[in-house]
Design a protein around this ligand. Structure first.
Ligand code: DGL
Length: 271
């Protein structure tokens, strides 16, 4: 039986999923996390759906072997093509969450009518946000733009400053995104440049709600855990962070997120 004391497992191609991990810890401070950053294969956004499914299968098997109660696909690209696969793999051993469905719920609940979506080529190419939103409410206009430079830029440590500002401007000025009332940051790396994106709209006096999916997803998971008696009330164990390839920026960002000393474990899963 799935127990509250078990850990929550998450993965992403790199540091992006840490925004989800961080939001979960802010809301559920007693949870122990097991995080896998597949830095050897970053970026996921340019890979084929089959390749992403293969990565997900391998990482999913690893997280299941660690006895996680919950698995979070903390990556939009993998959520868009590998959610069903991971759910089937987990069976009744763990509950599986993607980062897309809770955001679609939010769009419908808040009644947004003109929704912009930015994400990797994989996420935007899958059309997943458009399909899921229009399925719930056909009257919502969904305008999508692939922004492939953003995740590698953030992963390489250029989240803030001139380069980031220029790239953000170039993308957000795209004609596709002109008439929107909210913008979904459909990549878990993007909360790290949320300020830059909000500044873009503030500077132009445009009212656009910028939705960072990490907090929405964390709230959704918390609600589920409360309803299912899965919140850990005991003293938590240490979080564990694994990477498939060691990168300095991953270590730096992890330290920034978590003031505690972290054990960054290099685990070449794909050898
Ligand atoms: N953070 C990921 C996402 O949400 C992947 C970014 C990438 O590796 O391209 O899509």
């Amino acid at each position: 039986m799935i127990q509250a004391q078990q850990a929550i497992g998450l993965f992403d191609s790199g540091i992006g999923g840490l925004t989800v991990a961080n939001a979960i810890l802010a809301q559920l401070p007693n949870e122990s996390l097991i995080y896998f950053g597949d830095t050897a294969h970053m970026p996921y956004g340019d890979k084929s759906a089959d390749t992403i499914r293969y990565f997900t299968k391998t990482i999913g098997a690893f997280l299941l072997s660690k006895d996680c109660k919950i698995l979070v696909i903390a990556c939009n690209t993998a959520s868009s093509v590998a959610y069903d696969l991971l759910r089937d793999m987990a069976g009744n051993k763990a509950h599986v969450f993607n980062v897309i469905d809770p955001v679609v719920d939010e769009i419908i609940e808040k009644k947004y009518a003109k929704v912009g979506v930015i994400g990797t080529k994989g996420t935007i190419g899958s059309d997943v946000y458009h399909r899921k939103i229009v399925d719930r409410d056909p009257a919502v206009a969904v305008k999508q733009l692939a922004t492939p430079l953003l995740a590698p830029m953030i992963e390489s440590g250029f989240a803030h400053g001139q380069i980031s500002q220029l790239v953000v401007e170039e993308y957000l000025q795209d004609p596709v995104l002109q008439d929107i009332d909210c913008l979904i940051l459909a990549c878990t790396h993007y909360p790290l440049i949320k300020k830059e994106i909000e500044n873009f709209y503030a500077d132009r006096n445009r009212k656009v709600d910028v939705l960072a999916t990490n907090e929405i997803v964390a709230r959704h998971i918390k609600r589920f855990m409360i309803e299912n008696g899965l919140v850990n009330f005991e003293k938590k164990g240490k979080n564990a962070f694994y990477v498939s390839d060691y990168t300095e920026s991953f270590e730096k960002t992890t330290q920034l997120f978590y003031q505690e000393s972290i054990d960054l474990i290099h685990l070449p899963l794909f050898k």
